[in-house]
Design a protein around this ligand. Structure first.
Ligand code: UDP
Length: 238
């Protein structure tokens, strides 16, 4: 399958149409952005790691019964995916307080929750992706009730799957963001990517941050920690 028209240029990837109207091609770039695009950076090979890691994780989640947009990895940086209509929500699950949760609610970073939290941001760059609730999402007609219930089920299922995957490689899953989409058949599936760009990952022994916070907070070793996580995954799941 060949790339045709450039449909969308995102912060970390480009999306192309293909000859099949139900399929798209993702092309991962080395770029990183934070704070709604205000901070920019990159490291050589980031797109390759995120492409491969996201596909690897999606395949493990598929085995656990999560439907995804993944069709097949076609090169180091490119993946064929089902074309979906992205639901304009950032669906965030948290197991441990960090980031905007700690800031907003005054909870010390690292506080473990008794049960995971679920929240939604309205994906809208002009508005700065504001936090919204279930009823706001309905009022904004972002999804139906049935779809929102399915999205919550997917989010918690992904959380259970990811927690296990990362625990196996000595990593705590602090929180993560997913995006979901509607296929041509109207099915809700996991879309976009799951990588250290979209998760907070802490070393289980030392709590060292192994994710995009190294870039957001200028902690250094940005590329090193992505390579570390990918190395642990591939050596565990050989
Ligand atoms: N996240 C993301 N994209 C966003 C916002 C958040 O992937 O546009 C991820 C982020 O990496 C973290 C989780 O969602 O794993 C929760 O992020 P938070 O709400 O704490 O926001 P932040 O502190 O990153 O602004």
């Amino acid at each position: 399958m060949e790339k045709q028209e450039l449909l969308y240029v995102g912060k970390a990837k480009k999306v192309y149409s293909t000859e099949d109207p139900d399929l798209c091609i993702f092309e991962y770039k080395d770029d990183a952005t934070a704070f709604n695009g205000l901070k920019k950076g990159s490291f050589e090979g980031k797109g390759i790691i995120n492409n491969q890691m996201s596909n690897f994780i999606f395949k493990l989640l598929e085995k656990k019964g999560v439907k995804t947009h993944l069709v097949e990895e076609i090169s180091e940086r490119e993946t064929l995916v089902k074309k979906v209509e992205i639901i304009p929500l950032e669906v965030i699950v948290r197991n441990i307080a960090a980031g905007s949760f700690s800031k907003r609610y005054g909870v010390e970073e690292g506080t473990l929750f008794e049960s995971p939290t679920l929240e939604y941001s309205y994906k809208n760059d002009d508005l700065g992706d504001p936090l919204i609730n279930y009823y706001h999402a309905l009022a904004l007609k972002l999804a139906t009730k049935e779809e929102l219930d399915q999205i919550a089920d997917i989010a918690f299922k992904v959380n259970e799957g990811l927690k296990e995957i990362f625990l196996n490689i000595g990593i705590k899953l602090v929180d993560f963001k997913i995006e979901v989409g509607r296929t041509a058949q109207g099915e809700i599936v996991l879309a976009d990517e799951i990588s250290p760009d979209t998760c907070r990952l802490w070393d289980a022994k030392t709590n060292k941050k192994l994710d995009k916070d190294r870039f957001r907070l200028d902690l250094g070793e940005f590329g090193d920690v992505y390579r570390e996580v990918w190395g642990r995954l591939t050596s565990f799941y050989k």
